[in-house]
Design a protein around this ligand. Structure first.
Ligand SMILES: NC(=O)c1ccc[n+]([C@@H]2O[C@H](COP(=O)([O-])OP(=O)(O)OC[C@H]3O[C@@H](n4cnc5c(N)ncnc54)[C@H](OP(=O)(O)O)[C@@H]3O)[C@@H](O)[C@H]2O)c1
Length: 340
């Protein structure tokens, strides 16, 4: 006998098997019979493939009377696949238990549709854990722009470059490998034109041996100036996007419309400052090396804070040691629970 919280934890583990990138959320589902035994499991493998509920339903000959335990409220719209609500109703599922509501303007409303068809529905089971797991996707859906993770690598005194502009490499290999992992979990990488002109980065996600990872985020160069014809980022396998604009809110909206749900911002300081000042950063990944260079090349410039009492307050999520360096993961406190 599996209780519904335990079944939800199992569904969450299934959800984690799906791809973290892309337009669709990672969702898992298990089907329980009347004795609470798991009779099928399913998860979503990415846009265009069956949703978790439909995947689980396809693995039982007869779903009548079963309980579906699913991490996200079943969708209620025709996308590339049909609505999960209709599939659950047609299959004769008796009860649906979900963790978090689908905030999608088009896909939401599944619980109401199921109830109207006589299905017993309970939401909010393990909502905190699942909500945390799905936070980037949920944030993107609520705000209509991608989830923004801002990263920088700084010396212990907060400098991201030396007086002559050199910034490679501030951190060691373990930290740089962690950056590649973070790149691979994003749909797009953003940098300002200044960074492309100064560093000529490739912006690919690479493994330990320098090999390209199977999934490559799209590089987006933000700013009015053109990217030089011979810039390395022009040869990026995912194809370069040049915004030729500084309008960050419009750029993020446009990326959302292209299916981007997570962006990883790699600087430089001018772009980072503009994003922070405009309150467009959700999470921070700050790599700190135990070195000092002094000077004025700070990670963040003026963000309009006149006095300490007005300091932007972040919530520290984790601290990781990577060789001699440290990674601080923090989130923007006011981004929590924010609705559009
Ligand atoms: N340590 C690190 O983590 C790290 C990371 C990246 C870079 N860096 C270092 O940072 C330095 C480059 O700094 P940077 O500040 O020039 O680079 P940047 O932030 O990449 O680029 C600055 C340019 O972005 C454009 N831009 C786009 N949106 C903007 C907005 N909303 N407001 C203002 N400007 C906007 C502007 O150029 P347009 O005129 O084209 O509009 C601006 O000049 C280099 O020394 C590099 O090595 C360090």
């Amino acid at each position: 006998m599996t209780d519904e919280r335990t079944a939800m934890r199992h569904a969450l583990a299934l959800a984690e098997r799906g791809p973290a990138t892309g337009v669709n959320p990672q969702v898992g589902c298990v089907l329980l019979d009347a004795t609470g035994t798991i009779v099928a499991e399913g998860w979503h493998r990415g846009a265009g493939t069956p949703h978790a509920e439909v995947d689980a339903l396809s693995r039982v000959p007869d779903a009548r009377g079963l309980t579906a335990v699913v991490t996200l409220e079943p969708c209620n719209h025709y996308g590339r696949t049909g609505p999960c609500t209709e599939a659950l109703i047609a299959a004769g599922v008796r009860r649906v238990v979900y963790a978090v509501e689908d905030p999608g303007r088009l896909s939401g409303g599944g619980a109401a549709r199921l109830r109207a068809a006589g299905v017993e529905v309970t939401g909010g089971v393990l909502a905190e854990e699942v909500g945390e797991f799905l936070r980037p996707w949920l944030t993107a859906e609520r705000l209509g722009r991608p989830f923004v993770l801002l990263k920088w690598a700084a010396t212990l005194d907060g400098r991201v470059a030396a007086a002559d502009g050199t910034s490679r490499w501030i951190t060691g290999t373990a930290a740089r490998q962690r950056v590649h992992e973070q790149r691979a979990r994003a749909d797009a990488i953003l940098v300002g034109t200044g960074t492309v002109l100064a560093d000529d980065p490739e912006l690919t996600a690479r493994g330990d041996a320098g090999e390209l990872m199977p999934v490559q985020p799209m590089p987006v160069v933000v700013g009015e100036r053109p990217v030089p014809a011979d810039a390395r980022v022009r040869r990026h396998p995912a194809g370069l996007v040049e915004t030729r604009s500084r309008d960050l809110a419009a750029i993020l909206r446009d990326l959302y419309d292209r299916g981007v749900r997570r962006v990883y911002v790699e600087g430089g300081p001018t772009l980072a400052t503009a994003l922070v000042a405009a309150d467009l950063v959700d999470d921070y990944a700050v790599y700190l090396a135990p070195t000092l260079v002094g000077g004025d090349r700070l990670a963040i410039g003026d963000i309009g804070i006149p006095t300490l009492a007005d300091a932007r307050r972040l919530r520290l999520d984790a601290v990781e040691r990577l060789g001699d360096d440290v990674l601080l993961l923090a989130r923007s406190a006011r981004a929590e629970g924010r609705t559009p």
